[in-house]
Design a protein. Sequence first.
Length: 307
Amino acid sequence: MNFTDAVTLVTGCTSAFSVAICIIVITMVMLLGLCKHFMYRLASYQVAGGLLMNVATGLSFLRYAGLSPSGSSACLIIAFVNVYFTWINLLLTLGMTAHVFSYVVCRKSLAYLEKFYVAFSIIVPLFYSWVPFITHNYGQSDINLGCFIDTPNTTSRVHRDGTIEQYSLFFGPLLLFMTLDMVVITAMAVYVRRRSLVHGASVMSSSLNNPYEAHSQGLVYFCPLLAYPMFYFVIILFPCLLHMLMAFGVPTNKWLGLTVGVLLASAGWIAGAILATHLWCARTYMKRETVPFESEQQTPLMEDSER
């Protein structure tokens, strides 16, 4: 087995593992009846986004391994799905950060925008994911093993168009938006810390006798949601940097390519693990504070969006 085959095997297995974890975690949320809580619906959207992303990576690498239909048409469709599903995941992540920011800083729930948030994340990527169809730049990429926006190793116009589309439709916006997302998360962390010091109250306070302490307890459940964009930033950072280095002709190590493949294929199981950990921590904290898991004495973010 050569190195390329090894990368294909590892990435394909990781994608399959991620898809399985996502399905298990989403099923668990549904069986536990947690879909009625806005917080867990937000978290489930992140897991669903990771599921879609890893379905795309799995299809791409299965085709490379010869286990799925071959031919340019199949690769073209897989390339479109790869770009489209990755952008859905990105917009779901950005939208969740906006929800958390509104609750933490503005103390206002955006649950009433939930349907718009989901529809926006699904529909908007369609408006630009079709562009490489028009320019015939979807196909087998030379700089990764899967089907993607093609950049043939030539000096032709197709190469230039493919490179431009890669960075204008994918890597550029992906890195820009996630960097801004990290700036927002950092600002929220500073805000929460300053509020805690000014009011002299712990964000772990369990008393709901005054608005600040109720808001502080809400942070216990809402702030862990920020783990999703933080890990997603790490997942997409390495692929973006790798492709930028290759675009400028900088030599890259083959092990870096393996790392990138594994990271992209890990989006689903990481999101699923975060949700499972978040659920366990929430239940443990509520038991320690003697607050029933399904009681009416829940924090605002635990409430249904329709309340």
